[in-house]
Write a protein that binds this ligand. Structure first.
Ligand code: C2E
Ligand code: MG
Ligand code: MG
Ligand code: MG
Length: 284
């Protein structure tokens, strides 16, 4: 017992030296109960037609309101959920909640638009992933065409298995998009063989349009190639009017970013849906 206590004391002491690892441990433990305790919530970020400003979709973005630490970014806790495997139940909760919410909006008379849900590779590797998508759609009654799954280029690391899963998802009728396109090691020539509907140009390239010397050369190339392969192309992280102009001039039709709206709580998203405008840019 003494030995065990000694060991625990040591761990406590060592993690105390490094506040970060204490936080990491607490978050990992908290993650297990966060769903039951109602600490997880989803914000929705509008996706708009760049020429008309019309709302064409929303992306579901997970938020964790931690009892001690307050709002925690998914950039911090999603990797922990992936490490521990908790991403599987957590990801299913996100998918179910987002589909349920979308169905509620459609049933209350708002124009039907797809909700995009981020999917980790770790989730796609789970043998029950395709079943869980079917189950969520049945449970919520959402028409599959209004669920879009955002996956990343890392799926190409296991291209044969991924292709099979993507084909099954296609059969179910959901839409598929490649998130953060351009940041991974895939190329459009690999992606052209996959049953994908859309690519999302990563924010770093959209930033290039105004902040760097190549003046959007990459963005231009990605749009051209994407459209040639019959993908829809959406630009992420749009913050400035100049970016919108450049994107429209180069035939990119859809965009998402703070310029239009930050991710919104359900309440603010409903105000947006009702008025077609946001004006809540303080709420990031
Ligand atoms: P992502 O899927 O690429 O989502 C876009 C991120 O960019 C979001 O960050 C969004 O708030 C942010 N963003 C949107 N417009 C702008 C802009 O104009 N400027 C700037 N600076 N940022 C903008 P967020 O919500 O913090 O999410 C970060 C990442 O966490 C997401 O990147 C996604 O990879 C991951 N994530 C979020 N929710 C989930 C989830 O439910 N499941 C999984 N597996 N991953 C998630
Ligand atoms: Mg995304
Ligand atoms: Mg992205
Ligand atoms: Mg990302």
């Amino acid at each position: 017992l003494a030995k065990e206590r000694g060991k625990n004391n040591y761990q406590f002491y060592s993690s105390d030296l490094n506040g970060l690892s204490t936080r990491k441990m607490e978050l990992e433990n908290g993650l297990r109960r966060a769903i039951e305790q109602d600490e997880m919530m989803i914000y929705y970020q509008p996706q708009v037609d760049l020429s008309t400003g019309e709302l064409v979709g929303v992306e579901a973005l997970l938020r964790w309101k931690h009892p001690q630490y307050g709002m925690i970014s998914p950039l911090e806790f999603i990797p922990l959920a992936e490490e521990t495997g908790l991403i599987v139940p957590l990801g299913k909760w996100v998918m179910r909640t987002a589909c349920m919410q979308n169905k509620i909006w459609q049933d209350s008379g708002f124009p039907a638009i797809p909700v995009a849900v981020n999917i980790s590779v770790r989730q796609m590797e789970d043998e029950y992933f395709v079943d869980s998508v079917t189950e969520v759609l049945q449970e919520t009654g959402l028409d599959p065409q209004y669920l879009e799954l955002e996956i990343t280029e890392s799926i190409v690391q296991n291209i044969e298995k991924s292709t099979l899963i993507l084909r099954l998802l296609r059969l179910i009728g959901v839409k598929l998009s490649i998130d953060d396109f351009g940041t991974g090691y895939s190329s459009l020539s690999i992606l052209k063989h996959l049953p994908i509907d859309k690519i999302k140009i990563d924010k770093s390239f959209v930033d290039d349009i105004i902040y760097h010397s190549n003046q959007g050369a990459m963005v231009k190339t990605i749009i051209d190639m994407g459209l040639n392969l019959n993908f829809k192309v959406i630009a992420e992280g749009i913050e400035k009017k100049e970016q919108v102009n450049f994107l429209i001039d180069n035939a990119c039709q859809i965009g998402q970013g703070y310029y239009y709206s930050p991710p919104l709580s359900v309440e603010f998203m409903e105000a947006y849906l009702a008025q077609g405008v946001s004006g809540y840019s303080s709420e990031l």
